[in-house]
Ligand binder design. Sequence first.
Ligand code: UD1
Length: 431
Amino acid sequence: MDRIRIVGGAKLNGTIPISGAKNAALPLMIASLLTDRTVTLENLPRLADVSLLVRILSNQGADYSIDGRRQGEGREAGQTVHMTAREIVDTTAPYELVSRMRASFWVIAPLLARCGEARVSLPGGCAIGTRPVDLLLMALEKLGGQIEIEGGYAVAKAPKGLRGAEITFPKVTVGGTHVALMAAALAQGTTVLHNAAREPEVIDLAELLNKMGAKITGAGQSTVEITGVARLNGAKHRVLPDRIEAGTYAMAVAMTGGDVLLEGAQAHDFQAALDVLVQSGAHVESTNEGVRVSRNGGPILPVDVETAPFPAFPTDLQAQFMALMTRANGVSRITETIFENRFMHVQELARFGARIKLDGDSAVVEGVPVLKGAPVMATDLRASASLVIAALAAEGETMIQRVYHLDRGFEALERKLSLCGAEVERISAGG
Ligand code: UD1
């Protein structure tokens, strides 16, 4: 298994191109199952999760092709992928594939809406919490799907098609909102979602669906209205920039000091995180080219943070922010309200000499003046990013094991950081 070696201490200076968002790419790719025409997605990131989803969707019958590099296109340019599910040949998504990536469970929506049946493995346990799918199934049942759990699979049927309904989510769920949007797009009549997720990735999915001929209004607000259509067409869509990747590098710069342009990032997609960075002493500027983050000289100030659905501070940046707070000039409290078990990075951050105490759903972080490099292990995607941030500021060498977690969600991490002056290298399993 590959490892990443980081020698801390260098400030970050330069430009980091921000890739297309993983969390948008996945539902956009899944939406291609809704039509027999070609859906073209530009700016798709090169990530392990994207490749795995391509495999899952091709199992369902989707053909795909990837454009080669174009004249003048840099190595960081996203890929253009054409997906065509002319015919759905298999409405089953098996355990071996779904258990490797939770989001692939969402194929249940287009399969049920288009074919009237779907058999999709329940995703199973996950390191950051129980992460049930009850609300996704509730939404499909409201739309007329009949769902049974058999042998670890959700077996859904709608022989006469789905029909529009009022769906009220008792809790904000990104996956539940994606599933409801896709299913309702092909249902008969009108669907209204209440307490829908407002994340930028939800807006991105709704935009693609509307280009395909869906009738969705209000995406990005709590109430979304979808008027079903009989069929959807092909479309072309550019994946929005990854706000979590951008936020991660923003925190890295706040940690090491320096001055970096996050090229292509959109401040309004992660404003809550940027506001917190400003409170912690960083300077943030939104420009035509992206978001520029710098910290020169001054101390890192402690800031209390609570994660919550968009537009509040995202849970996917909680671990990275905690890494920053380990070097703050005082005590901060970080409260996680979305996932009950998302503190695995605490143990690993302690290996750098960080002082963190867990207190129910909060972590109390007492900043220390110096972190020291250590061998550490990546436990989940975003937790791994927090280890990178700590390592960049730590004295001496850090070796991060199990970097396949990072490869799921961060494209070319070591190249992007090295270009800004960090001492980072990947040590391949063979070498
Ligand atoms: C998505 C993101 C993930 C992010 C999360 C919250 C993708 C691929 N993943 O995950 O990176 O951390 O949003 O912003 O986009 N819940 C239920 N029942 C359900 C569904 C969810 O109780 O049926 C709960 C979850 O356990 C969690 C909360 O609702 O406590 C939010 O989860 P949700 O927004 O659904 O997360 P995902 O869509 O899985």
